[in-house]
Design a protein around this ligand. Structure first.
Ligand code: FES
Ligand SMILES: [Fe+2]
Length: 391
């Protein structure tokens, strides 16, 4: 008897729901099953909105970024007409990757293999030495859905995503508008590779149960005590029905203006409403499985997560400053990135420890604490993503 993908996803989503309903974490096969990992790439990452970058990377015609996900690669670019276009990074001739992963500027996309040449809107303009009846118009690059929310660019490899990022992230629109993320630019980016399953990385990002013991730099200004009060949590953490989106206001310690080592601003150009003396706080929003944003009064960090293998995950973190902030005058990069870079490295070490531990056949998931409700939320969203007929 053959095992269908529905059998696989149904079996694992049942295991997840049964465990989280009992208040415990998920068992080791969730991190170790290759058949599940293949389904995750296909059913979750291929059908979800993936963060491509910030619009400031795509101001001018021909500026492009790529988005990598599993075996897929997408080019997002600004066309000569001024719109954003996204298409697969796969030549229509014999399939070669058109551009290397990353970002760049192109007048046209020329395949390195045999020089088939595509316009910025993905249409084929020419191909050398083809038969007389060859019609370039019949061979455009397949387009991919692209949408912008508050200056952040998302793509979706699904033919028919049921909700746009604006619809999904909608409940967080007011919260994040205060920071005017559209009017920022990327000051610095670090790409991390973590030797852990992608869900372990999400679990870690969801809870602050580990923060007091592990994040001395972050806790200088992040008010973890305030976070753990039930009243605060109930009042501030908002999630959509299937838990894919969560957003929250977070308190700063008294006297702190931002998440920095000394509590002062890292950038002298405050974001959005904070330029007018708005009382300081931080806020975060995420869209599983790939996007998170943490905003402070003077800078923000943007995270894109993607699995590289069943036990390897990439996190790309970009630090955003106000569009007119200048390095050396308004901010110093080392100061800007210090707290989150240290916090990230501490987190990746914890994730890698968890990955090592769950490989053991002796691992049986234990009960979750009162501070790990968001881990449960992550797995509710995960089970939904796995099961859903449409996303
Ligand atoms: S594979 Fe791209 S031109 Fe041949
Ligand atoms: Fe952490």
């Amino acid at each position: 008897m053959t095992t269908t993908t529905t059998d696989i996803t149904g079996r694992y989503s049942r295991i997840v729901r049964e465990h989280i309903d009992r208040g415990v974490g998920v068992p080791r096969e969730l991190y170790l099953s290759e058949e599940l990992y293949a389904e995750e790439l296909d059913r979750i990452f291929r059908r979800s909105w993936l963060l491509a970058g910030h619009e400031s990377q795509l101001r001018d015609p021909g500026q492009y970024v790529t988005v990598e996900s599993g075996d897929e690669s997408v080019i997002v670019t600004r066309t000569n007409g001024g719109t954003l276009a996204a298409f697969t990074n796969v030549c229509r001739h014999r399939g070669a990757r058109l551009v290397d992963a990353g970002c760049g500027l192109a007048r046209r996309f020329v395949c390195p293999y045999h020089q088939w040449t595509y316009r910025l809107d993905g249409t084929l303009t020419g191909a050398p030495r083809m038969p007389a009846d060859f019609d370039p118009a019949r061979h455009p690059l397949p387009t991919v859905r692209v949408e912008v929310w508050q200056g952040l660019v998302f793509v979706n490899l699904s033919d028919s995503p049921t909700e746009s990022p604006a619809e999904l992230l909608g409940t967080g629109t007011e919260l994040m508008r205060t920071f005017d993320i559209a009017n920022t630019r990327i000051a610095h980016t670090i790409t991390y590779e973590i030797a852990a399953n992608w869900k372990i990385v999400w679990e870690n990002a969801q809870e602050c149960y580990h923060c007091s013991a592990n994040h001395p730099e972050l806790l200088r200004t992040f008010d973890v005590g305030g976070l753990n009060q039930d009243t605060y949590r109930q009042a501030e953490v908002v999630a959509n029905a299937d838990r894919r989106v969560q957003h929250a206001r977070f308190p700063l310690r008294p006297g702190a203006l931002s998440l920095t080592l000394d509590g002062d601003y890292a950038s002298r150009k405050p974001l959005g409403d904070f330029a007018d003396g708005h009382p300081p706080y931080t806020a975060s929003i995420h869209l599983k499985p790939s996007f998170a944003l943490v905003a402070c009064p003077d800078y923000a960090v943007l995270l894109a997560e993607r699995p590289l293998a069943i036990d390897r995950t990439e996190i790309r973190m970009s630090w955003l400053v106000r569009a007119d902030a200048e390095e050396g005058t308004d901010y110093d990069t080392d100061t800007l990135i210090k707290v989150w870079n240290e916090t990230n490295l501490q987190d990746w070490d914890l994730c890698e420890r968890a990955q090592l531990g769950v490989r053991s056949r002796t691992f049986v998931p234990g009960p979750l604490s009162n501070d790990e409700q968001s881990v449960t939320d992550f797995y509710r969203a995960y089970a939904t993503l796995l099961e859903a007929a449409d996303l």
